[in-house]
Structure formats: structure tokens, C-alpha cells
Design a protein around this ligand. Structure first.
Ligand SMILES: Nc1nc2c(ncn2[C@@H]2O[C@H](COP(=O)(O)OP(=O)(O)OP(=O)(O)O)[C@@H](O)[C@H]2O)c(=O)[nH]1
Length: 281
């Protein structure tokens, strides 16, 4: 299985991050709570080690709450200032604001202005987080003159938030990380068939969230226990994803499952555990 990864994009993202870092006082690193490890970029960790950094596990509404608690503890124990977050509803916004203010008081106290930068991999919710922090839709604040050049700061009290969130390309060290990033919609792997992608996802769901498959697709426990390929077939039949001759359209079924997962229709699911990384089926 080949996953296309993009060293060029990564290098560019790293250059851009290096350029904005000196402007920032506090880094708000946004990750996807469904993949709290794979949606972090190790470059960011090393580049920002001398700056106060907050780690947001965003999209907690889509992640398994038990797993989220474990990840929060895991990161706290490793010395991170971590906070679970739902940028769609603003849940935990007060806790995030308190944390920013606490970190600012501890590390930047006399500075009249604290500059915040929201960074993270594509699609993890940076703009949504930024808008929450800004208290409005920052993207609509003024017509940015010279989009290419101008960096605008969105002001809120003593905070100034950079309104062009830094997009950090994920570092895809292995196939498993790439798959997880693809499952949540961070990357679109070229050369990878949706069927193949979903077969791997099904393997994880069968092992860890069988009830989600039973209740969403009306599968019986023995059906859920089958090979991922046969599970795909059964779901296709149940959902009427059929070709003209009546055979299951596997590609359409795979796309449906992928969509359902990304939309949270399968329930709150986390794709990696704090214990040893799982072995792909
Ligand atoms: N369910 C849920 N969806 C969220 C949350 N935060 C953001 N989203 C959704 O995730 C998608 C991406 O959000 P953005 O804020 O645009 O993410 P981004 O990181 O700025 O995206 P890029 O600019 O493409 O890198 C949008 O559809 C948001 O509505 C969240 O906490 N929960």
C-alpha cells in the first residue's frame, strides 16, 4: 500500500512557521482529538520548545470521551498544557481563555500585548478555534489588503491573534499515521483506493467499536466479526449501494462509510490509544 506524502509541502509549512514564530508569544497548537498523536507535527514541538505552548485536542465531540481523558492525562504527564475543546460549540472556551491568561501572566506578565498564534495540520479546526478566541468570525474582519503580504492581527483585549493560522503539514512517518490522517480528512492520499482505506478503518472499528457498526448499519454480532471485506459487502447491501446487476458497489459503500465516520455518524470514536500503537489489520 502506498501513501503519497508531500515533503515539499512539509518543507514549505516549516519555513512559514519559522517566519511567524518570532512574532508570537503563545502558540496554540490545534490537533484532532480522534488522532491526538498523528495530528501533531514533531517539527512544531521542536521549533516551539522555548515558547509557551497550549495543546488543544479539538473536535472532542467526535472523539471517544474515555480515550480523550486518557490522552489529556498522557499529555499532562509529559508536561504539556493540554485542553480538550469543541470549536464548533465553544465548549471549554472559558477554560481555554483562563489557561491563556494564566500562561500569559506567568511568562509575559508586563507585556501590554500578548500575541497568540493558532497552528496545526490541515482541517483540524484552526479557523474555528481562532474565531472562538476572537469572539467573532475573524475571517470577515476587514477585507485583508494584499492577502499575499498583509498579516492582520485580530485584537481582543490584550490579546492579538494572528488571523492567518499557520498551516503545518503533518509529518507522515509511516503508513499507519498516513491512514489515520486520511480517515479524519486531513490528507487525501493519492494512489490509495477508498476501498482499501475503509477496509483498514473497518478493521479498527470491528476491534474497538463493534457496537457502532451494529447500530449504524444494522449488522449482527457475527456479521461484525467477519473479515473487513465481508463487512463492507454486507454494509453495501444494507445501504443499497448496488450496481445495476445487483452486485455491491464497494467504492460507493467505502465512500459512504468514510463520510459517516468523518461526520461523526458512527458515534464518538478515537483512532489511537496512549498505549503501544495498534497493529493494522
Ligand atoms: N464536529 C466538530 N467539527 C469541527 C470542530 N472544529 C472544527 N470543525 C469542523 O472542521 C472543519 C474544518 O474546520 P476549520 O476551522 O476550517 O479547520 P482549519 O484547520 O482552519 O482548516 P484548513 O484551513 O483547511 O487547514 C469544518 O467543517 C469545521 O466546522 C469541532 O470541534 N467539532
Amino acid at each position: 500500500m502506498e501513501i503519497q506524502w508531500y515533503p515539499g509541502h512539509m518543507a514549505k509549512a516549516k519555513r512559514e512557521l519559522k517566519a511567524i514564530l518570532p512574532l508570537l508569544d503563545i502558540i496554540i497548537e490545534v490537533t484532532d482529538a480522534r488522532i491526538p498523536k498523528s495530528s501533531r507535527n514533531p517539527d512544531l514541538i521542536s521549533l516551539t520548545k522555548n515558547k509557551p505552548r497550549l495543546l488543544l485536542l479539538n473536535k472532542v465531540d467526535l472523539a471517544d470521551p474515555v480515550a480523550t481523558d486518557q490522552w489529556v492525562n498522557y499529555y499532562r504527564l509529559s508536561g504539556e498544557r493540554v485542553i480538550p475543546f469543541n470549536a464548533r460549540t465553544g465548549e471549554q472556551l472559558a477554560a481555554l481563555e483562563d489557561l491563556i491568561n494564566q500562561v500569559g501572566r506567568e511568562t509575559l506578565a508586563p507585556k501590554p500585548i500578548w500575541r497568540l498564534g493558532v497552528v496545526g495540520v490541515p482541517n483540524c479546526g484552526k479557523s474555528s478555534v481562532l474565531n472562538r478566541l476572537a469572539g467573532r468570525s475573524a475571517a470577515q474582519v476587514g477585507e485583508r489588503p494584499g492577502v499575499t503580504r498583509g498579516r492582520q492581527w485580530v485584537k481582543r483585549g490584550k490579546w492579538e491573534i494572528l488571523d492567518t493560522p499557520g498551516m503545518l503539514w503533518p509529518k507522515i512517518g509511516d503508513v499507519e499515521t498516513g491512514l489515520k490522517l486520511a480517515w479524519v480528512g486531513t490528507i487525501k492520499p493519492e494512489n490509495l483506493d477508498p476501498e482499501e482505506l475503509v477496509l483498514n478503518l473497518l478493521g479498527w472499528l470491528q476491534e474497538n467499536y463493534p457496537v457502532a457498526l451494529q447500530s449504524n448499519y444494522g449488522l449482527t454480532p457475527p456479521e461484525v466479526a467477519g473479515e473487513p471485506y465481508s463487512v463492507l459487502q454486507v454494509i453495501g447491501k444494507r445501504r443499497g449501494c448496488l450496481r445495476r446487476g445487483g452486485e455491491v458497489d464497494l467504492r460507493r459503500t467505502a465512500e459512504l462509510i468514510g463520510y459517516d465516520f468523518r461526520q461523526g455518524k458512527l458515534g464518538a470514536i478515537t483512532l489511537e490509544t496512549t498505549s503501544a500503537s495498534h497493529v493494522l489489520p
